[in-house]
Design a protein around this ligand. Structure first.
Ligand code: ADP
Ligand code: MG
Length: 321
C-alpha cells in the first residue's frame, strides 16, 4: 500500500475567475475567502457588502466560482472505498494514546486537541511533526509537515531533542518541517492555500494548526460577531478537511478551553468554537494536567469509538506512555 499517494485535483485561483480583478481578489482574501468553494457557497448580498461591489457583480462572481470549483459532486462507492483504503495512521509517541484514538492519528480526518494552557497541546504537535517524518513501519508517514503557528510557540530546539530521542538526525527532521507564523485569522486561512501549493512539490502528510481558534477568538469579540466567527471557522475547517482528503494527510489542530465564560459557551471547560469545530473534527481529545509530568487524555464525542481516557507522559524525549 502506498499511502504517500495523493489525489490530484486542479484548482483555479481567485484571479482566474472572470469578474475578479487583483483588487477584488485582495479584498476577498482579506475577508477570509481564500478559496473558490467559500465564494461559490456565499450569498450575493454578503459578498457585495464585504467586497464593496455591486450585488449583480457579486452574483456573477459567485456564478463563475460555482462553475470553476469542484463542488464535490458524487463519488461512486468504489471510489470512496479506494480513497479510504489509503487512510494511514500516525503514532503520537504514546501507545496508549494511539490505542485510545483507534491506532494513531488518522489521515483524511481532523483531530482536535483541546485543553488549558500548559496541558501539552503544543508538545503533542511537536511530537507528531517528528514522528510524521519516520518511515511507515515505525508508525510514521514518511512525509513532510506544515505547521501553522499562531502563537509563536514552534521551537526547533524541541524538535531536535525529540528527533534525537527517536534516533533521527535532527537537521534532517527540521528540513522537513515547514513553519509559517499566522498573524491573524485571515492570514491563517490563506496559509492553508499556501500549504496546498507546497504539497504539490513535497509529500506533506501532516498539517498542524496550533492554535486553531486563538485568532478567531481574539478578533471576533462580542455577541454580534459570533455568527461571523462561526462562519469563518467553518470555512477554515472545511479547507483543512479538504487538504486532508486530497493529500491523505493528518490534520491536527489545537484549541483552548474558555478560561472565562465564552459568549458562546458559559462553561469554562468547553472548547472554543462550539459545534462548528466539534462537528467538523472527527476526533476530539481533551488533555488535562495530572501529577508529575503526567497528562490525562480523554477521547470525547467520537462517532465510532467509546469515550475513554488514558495517561500520557510529557518528558524530555517527547510524548510517551
Ligand atoms: P499548551 O500548548 O497546551 O499550552 P505545552 O504543549 O506548551 O502546553 O506544554 C508545556 C508543558 O510541556 C510544560 O509545562 C512542561 O510540563 C512540558 N514540557 C515542555 N518541554 C519539555 C521538556 N523539554 N521536557 C519535559 N517537559 C517539557
Ligand atoms: Mg501551546
Amino acid at each position: 500500500m502506498s499511502s504517500s499517494k495523493t489525489i490530484q485535483v486542479k484548482e483555479k485561483k481567485l484571479e482566474e475567475i472572470s469578474g475578479i480583478g487583483p483588487a477584488t481578489a485582495e479584498k476577498l482574501k482579506e475577508a477570509g475567502y481564500s478559496d473558490l468553494m467559500s465564494i461559490a457557497i456565499e450569498s450575493p448580498r454578503n459578498l457585495a457588502e464585504i467586497c464593496e461591489i455591486g450585488e449583480s457583480t457579486a452574483a456573477k462572481i459567485i456564478a463563475s466560482a460555482k462553475e470553476a470549483v469542484d463542488i464535490g459532486g458524487f463519488e461512486t462507492g468504489d471510489e470512496i472505498l479506494e480513497r479510504r483504503r489509503l487512510i494511514g495512521r500516525l503514532t503520537t509517541g504514546s501507545k496508549a494514546l494511539d490505542e485510545l484514538i483507534g491506532g494513531g492519528l488518522e489521515t483524511q480526518a481532523i483531530t482536535e486537541v483541546y485543553g488549558e494552557f500548559g496541558s501539552g497541546k503544543t508538545q503533542l504537535c511537536h511530537q507528531a511533526a517528528v514522528t510524521a517524518t519516520m518511515p511507515e513501519d515505525r508508525g510514521g508517514l514518511n512525509g513532510e509537515i506544515v505547521m501553522i503557528d499562531t502563537e509563536n510557540t514552534f521551537r526547533p530546539e524541541r524538535i531536535a531533542q525529540m528527533s534525537s530521542a527517536m534516533g533521527l538526525d535532527p537537521v534532517e527532521t527540521l528540513k522537513k518541517i515547514h513553519v509559517a507564523r499566522a498573524y491573524n485569522s485571515a492570514h491563517q486561512m490563506l496559509l492553508v492555500e499556501k500549504a496546498a501549493e507546497l504539497a504539490k512539490e513535497k509529500p506533506v502528510r501532516l498539517l498542524l494548526v496550533d492554535s486553531l481558534t486563538a485568532h478567531f477568538r481574539a478578533e471576533y469579540v462580542g455577541r454580534g460577531t459570533l455568527a461571523e466567527r462561526q462562519q469563518a471557522l467553518n470555512t477554515h475547517m472545511h479547507a483543512l478537511l479538504r487538504f486532508g482528503d486530497l493529500h491523505n494527510a493528518v490534520i491536527l489542530c489545537t484549541n483552548q478551553v474558555a478560561a472565562k465564560p465564552d459568549a458562546f459557551f458559559g462553561d469554562p471547560t468547553r472548547p472554543i468554537g462550539g459545534h462548528i469545530v466539534g462537528h467538523t473534527a472527527t476526533y476530539r481529545i481533551y488533555l488535562r494536567k495530572s501529577k508529575a509530568g503526567k497528562r490525562i487524555a480523554r477521547l470525547v464525542d467520537s462517532p465510532s469509538l467509546p469515550e475513554a481516557e488514558c495517561v500520557v507522559t510529557v518528558n524530555e524525549d517527547g510524548i510517551r506512555d
